[in-house]
Design a protein around this ligand. Sequence first.
Ligand SMILES: [Zn+2]
Length: 426
Amino acid sequence: MAGGHRLLLENAQQVVMVCARGERFLARDALHSLAVLEGASLVVGTDGFIKAIGRADAIQTLFSEETFEERIDCSGKCILPGLVDAHTHPVWAGERVHEFAMKLAGATYMEIHQAGGGINFTVEHTRQASEEELFCSFQQRLQCMMRAGTTLVECKSGYGLNLETELKMLRVIERARRQGPIGISATYCGAHSVPKGKTATEAADEIINNHLPKLKELGSRGEIHVDNIDVFCEKGVFDLNSTRRILQSGKDLGLQINFHGDELHPMKAAELGAELGAQAISHLEEVSDEGIAAMATARSSAVLLPTTAYMLRLKQPRARKMLDEGVIVALGSDFNPNAYCLSMPMVMHLACVNMRMSMPEALAAATINAAYALGKSHTHGSLEVGKQGDLIIINSSRWEHLIYQFGGHHELIEYVIAKGKVIYKK
Ligand SMILES: [Zn+2]
C-alpha cells in the first residue's frame, strides 16, 4: 500500500510501549516489567494516531513505498510515551517564593498564613488578575512542562473560590486546551478552600446551587469543557459530608470524581471515593488500610504527589502498601505556588527514592496509570497501534536514564511530539 504518513521514527534502540495488549492500567505483577521493543521503528499517520510499531527491518519492508512528512533517525536513542501529569494547579497570579524562604527559616504553615500568605494570597492575586495575564503565565508554565516531556496534563481551577474567578480560570484552561499542543484534562476545583466568611456547608450549598448549574449551562453551549470535579477533603476545610454532596452533584452532571483526600489528617476520604466510584484520589499520605483495600476493589486510582511530601516535609504516602494491595498508582507534579515543580522526570525520581517505587512502576504511574486517572487511557499513556502519537525521544540507549539523571531531563529529551508533530526539538 502506498500513501502519506505524518511521521516515521526509525531504528530506535528502545521503544518503550509501556503496555502492549490494550491494558487500561497496570497494577500488581504487570508492573514488574514494561513492554519494551529493541531495534524498533514507529509510524504515526496524518490523523495523529499510531499506525505501526515493530522491528525496524519489518517496518522498513512494510512502508518502503510510502512517503512521510517527517522521518527521524533514532539510532542509539529511546522512544517513550509522552508523560502524563495527573495533578496540577497551574493557573494563578502572585509569586510565593518569599514563603519558601520563610519555610526554610522555620516558619510553620499557620505563621505564613497569619503573615498574609498561603492560599488566600494566591486567591487575592488571581481574583485581581486579568484573563490575559493568567493565560500568558499559564502558557509559559505549559511550555516548561512540555519541554520536560509532558504531553497531557490535568489542570485545576480553585484559586477563585467565587463563581466569577472560577469561571475565569476555566476559560483560561479552555483556551489553552483548544490552542494546544499539550492535551489538557480540565478540573473544576471550586471547593479548594472555604472562602472567608462562609462555613463549609454554606460553601458547599453555593457550589451545588450556583456554580455547578452554571458549569452545566456553559458546557452545553460549548463554551467550556470540564472533565473532573475536585474537593479538598480535609479537617477544617471540607468535611466528609460536604465533600460527598459536592462530588455526588458533580458526578450527576457527568463529571469524573478526582479529589484531594487523606492528606494532612485521616478523613476516610479513600473509602468515600471508592464508594462514589471516584476515578482518582490524590495525596493519601494519611490513608487507612481499609481505604487502600476499598480503592483497589473500586479501581479508584491513587494520584501520589512526591513533590508535596518533599517540599512540605510531610510523611510520604505508603506507595508500597498501595502497590502491593493492587491499587492503580499514578503520579502528578502538584505544580502550584507552594510546590513549584513542572517536571515529571523529577517527580518519578522522587517517587523512586522517597516512596520506594521501582523505575518501571514510576514510568507506568506517569504514563498509562496517570492517563487512567484522567479517564484517557484508551487513547493516551502507552505506545500502541491506534493510540495518539504523543511521545518523547531521549538521547540515551536505555530509557531508565530519564529517571536516573535527576534534573538531567533537559539534556536528555531531544524531541517532544504530539499527534505525530514535533512540538519541541532541543
Ligand atoms: Zn493539589
